[in-house]
Design a binder for this molecule. Sequence first.
Ligand code: ASP
Length: 347
Amino acid sequence: MRLHLLALLGIAMTFAVAASAKDTPNEQSWSFAIHGGAGVLQRANMTPQQQADYRVALQVALDAGAKVLRDGGSAVDAVTAAIVILEDDPKFNAGRGAVFTWDGVNDLDASIMDGKGRRAGAVAGVRTVRHPILLAEAVMEEGRHVLLSGPGAEEFASERGLEIVPPEFFATDERRRQLEMVKADKLSALEVEFKFGTVGAVARDNTGRLAAGTSTGGMTGKRWGRIGDAPLIGAGTYADDTACAVSATGSGEYFIRVAVAHTICERVRSARRLTIAGETQDVPLTTEILQGIVDGVIAEVGELGGSGGVIVVSPSGEPVFSMNSQGMYRGRATAAGLSEVAIFSDE
Ligand code: ASP
């Protein structure tokens, strides 16, 4: 009898500890991942110095997001903290250093999603807003619309007091040279075999809240007001606290057709849902199951002829990557002490 009582007490205490751990926002359980674009990234095409420069840049952005989470900040704040750094870095195709359109301008796209309540904001084709990711966040916070474009989005940016810069702020000689090469070969935007360079971040904060964000200049030589997957909620970006958070990079047209970010989240949601004796509840997913789901969706992109990759966090698992390109600039960190950056697919 006494043994039974002790056992019951033990079980009750276990539940009490589990409940309080879950409800305590300061419990360190965050995870975070970033990408800086996927594409034709081979060791032979990059000098050791270039590789080192990219790794340092990724680590700086990764550390910035991780610090927000470690200090108890929100998943949305971690995502924007990392992306503003990558937008300012001309090595990446977002903000300053974005690729050129066929007409020689930088048209910037970005989106962000908060997994709690599935709030979202996005902008497409902006030319004067220093940090498109902050404009996407402002659209989300304002709440009336999800996707703003062109001059209207810029007017909204001014009204919200965001930093406005002249369009030349984003232009770099290296990206201009890439446009000239594309034009000389008369390649279309879809044929460009360049490294892409879009940036993105996904986060799970200490309260279990998820967020995802993506920012890009699109693809070199894009024409006719082309918009890729990055500003499209469900294609390049998606977050839902009951499923996962995803940011994508690659040949956007294919990511749109597969609705990559939403498809991944939908499959994760189904895999987490367990019904026992008529009662449905969410169960934690192992990293292996999460990885299998994500790889499956990227394989579908590949079957259609697209290439690129994604970063994903689930409410329970470690951050995972998947790509079918030769590389993806990426990094991940967790409260458990993981902190790593990588470039090539075999790393
Ligand atoms: N997905 C982006 C686009 O299609 C390009 C990239 O990821 O670099 O606009």
